[in-house]
Design a protein around this ligand. Sequence first.
Ligand SMILES: Nc1ncnc2c1ncn2[C@@H]1O[C@H](COP(=O)(O)OP(=O)(O)O)[C@@H](O)[C@H]1O
Ligand SMILES: [Mg+2]
Length: 269
Amino acid sequence: MAQATIHSLNTAPTESAQPACGPAVRLRNFSRQFGDTTVLRKLDLDIAPGEFVALLGRSGSGKTTLLRTLAGLDPAESQDVVTPGRRAVVFQDPRLLPWKPVWRNVALGLPGGDARDRARAALIEVGLGHRLDVWPATLSGGEAQRAALARALVREPELLLLDEPFAAVDALTRIRMHDLVLSLWRAHRPAVLLVTHDVDEAITLADRVLVLDEGRIAGDERIRLARPRQASAEFQSIRQRLLGRLGLEPPAPAQAAELIAFPGGEAVS
Ligand SMILES: Nc1ncnc2c1ncn2[C@@H]1O[C@H](COP(=O)(O)OP(=O)(O)O)[C@@H](O)[C@H]1O
Ligand SMILES: [Mg+2]
């Protein structure tokens, strides 16, 4: 089977999200079909080194297919796909091996004799320094997802791919996870592609929000709001534009005020 064109860019972490030496991700004219169904249709995508991009789209619009392509988990069939060499993925399900203690899950596949030290450092970063030797079954949902983040982080990815990683955790845990992901991103500066069905989550976290529709990028909204992002008129107008791109009616004003007060309340289904 033909391979995708994969270049290792080896970009150094920078404070800026602007490309220093070309994009971290570049797709040109990329298509993916399953049988007679075309899921991704001549899609173009660029992500700069260190850029935090969120991807919105209806269920079944091809978000996971795109993410799996960038992760190298789906065949690209010699198409024009450029990604960095070091990539890591976090899925909605933490996918920890139940028969290995937490640190061994994080260290899985790491070369060298310092694997435990590296796993410990990553687990400390996600606030699980005290849970190195426990079994995954003893972790809460939020802790398990933090362990999955540590497993990604320990690989020092230039591209971090997150597929609805907060969808299964409760609302309070989700807010804490947002803060954690932002602080890890600031510290390590990978390019990030966060797949989410939550419009507010996308605006709260990302430098750019993309909308996938009919197999193409149908919306590309740069978010210039300072972080941490609070409810504001600008937040609301971005939100309305994105909901429009998703083909959803913006909520009535009273309902919108409630949703801003309790973000995470509206999602694409
Ligand atoms: N391995 C597969 N075989 C057949 N169809 C698939 C496969 N993976 C995804 N699909 C189909 O492709 C479409 C997009 O799926 P997916 O990328 O998972 O969407 P999303 O993540 O946006 O919900 C869906 O219709 C899904 O059924
Ligand atoms: Mg999906």
